[in-house]
Design a binder for this molecule. Sequence first.
Ligand SMILES: Nc1ncnc2c1ncn2[C@@H]1O[C@H](COP(=O)(O)OP(=O)(O)OP(=O)(O)O)[C@@H](O)[C@H]1O
Ligand SMILES: O=C(O)[C@H](O)CO
Length: 524
Amino acid sequence: MARVLSLIRPQPILALVGRPKPTFCKMSMDSRARKVFAAAVEAVQPDTVIRKSIERTEDSVLIDGRRFTLKHNLHLVGFGKAVLGMAAEVERIVGDHLVNGVISVPHGIQQTLRQHGKSHLLLKENSRIKVMEGAKHNLPDDDAQRAAEGIKRLASELTEDDLLLVLISGGGSALLPAPIPPISLQDKLDVTRRLAAAGATIQELNKVRRALSLLKGGGLAHYAHPAQVVALILSDVIGDPLDLIASGPTVRSEVWPEEVLSILERYKLPDSLSASVKDVLARRGPRWKENKDEAEASGDVLNVVIGSNSVALQCAGCCVRDLGFRPVVLSPGVCGDVKSVSRLYGLLARFASSREEPPPEIAAEVLRLGPEVGVESWDLCRTMQVLGEGRTEGWGATCLLAGGEPTVELTGSGRGGRNQELALRVGLELRGLELPPKGPVFLSGGTDGQDGPTEAAGAITDGGLYDEAQAQGLYIDNVLTDNDSHTFFSHLSDGKRLLVPGLTCTNVMDVHMLLVPAIPIKIS
Ligand SMILES: Nc1ncnc2c1ncn2[C@@H]1O[C@H](COP(=O)(O)OP(=O)(O)OP(=O)(O)O)[C@@H](O)[C@H]1O
Ligand SMILES: O=C(O)[C@H](O)CO
């Protein structure tokens, strides 16, 4: 059974639209943007999402409307960048019924959490859950493979009286490598690495990973049968597809060898595949050798998305209102090249800041860009309608919120990330609109606190960016060709435009926001 937690499912987007609280706010636009970003991240903290999803009453728990009886029959496994904090909270809520557990988490995470004073996200000292660190640099390695074996062993030993809680978050694929024999870890790593380098999407990558793995694509649920399985998932994939987040170990998916081969062909890989990979892809029939009834074995699984980009945007919307803006959520699924995405935000800023009825060409171009950036026409029209009402009805300041994961085509060897590059490009798009403190302000930030290989999560820009850079002898054209946005923002005004929240311990992709100040009402 695949369900999305109804408790926190975002309400209809229109529910966010209403008059902002008449709070008189003296904070700068920059500070307000940072505050909204912090609220978005706070909403999807690993302990917060677990607390909201598990309701404990005596010897049972209620999860997504289903009650599970606890009788010292609880087991836990987990894999992903956020699962340590999730496991710590589970232990606080139902630790008295926990028998054992294994979690596979990023290399060095425990020490990092301790150093950052986040010990509430660590397990208690005498915990029954074994923490295994691995997947250095987000790549599967021997340590992660050992953790995957431990998880498979634990799942295989369960009986029908047991309840297995599976904690899943982004980065889970690399932390749960279990190549189907005779594929070696190196063979599998080689395929996924080459696919990623050739520009394959996470959807394509994870479809291939599923075909080569014992645990992905429903394998973990298969091994856990006949136990009851409940997976709590923090989504880092656009649209929250249960079968693709961390390659869906609890979601039974058919593997179509033709589909996998066509992905490999698209990136010109088939000829150079190892014999073991070719051998496994040529097989027909069930992936698992155990004599379990396939249909039955995928039966008792509850998959619940407990945190996602939509949840982060919804909470950001509440914070926006408290700060005196009218929130409007564009979409949690913005993708595509940062060049097109920045153009879209530039056009929407123009549309929103226009004192007169904006020329129809703006709306036409916004709609033309929609398919390139993964946003439906309906969402674009609804957003422009709200922005238009802001002008005609004098709503006051507006904050456009969106999320997702755009891409950067790397052409240089500088230091940067997609959020910093997007912010830079939007800053250029905003040039010519009114300058701060009254012009629009844009923020783009990765909710994991890390944008590409940099220590920043993103940056904040406005229409004054270009002149500010020129005055300090920084030339933006070179920055863009070198993909050197981080170096640029670090030097510009002593890094004051950088967004550096530090390690956030969660990941629901990126958050974008465009704060548009109130347009003075025309008195006719
Ligand atoms: N110099 C650069 N300028 C712009 N973008 C870059 C640069 N270097 C890397 N990137 C981009 O950063 C991304 C990788 O960074 P990051 O690790 O934050 O990605 P992620 O998808 O958020 O990872 P995860 O799924 O682990 O959260 C890639 O999309 C890559 O194109
Ligand atoms: O682990 C993975 O596969 C990615 O983070 C997407 O969930």
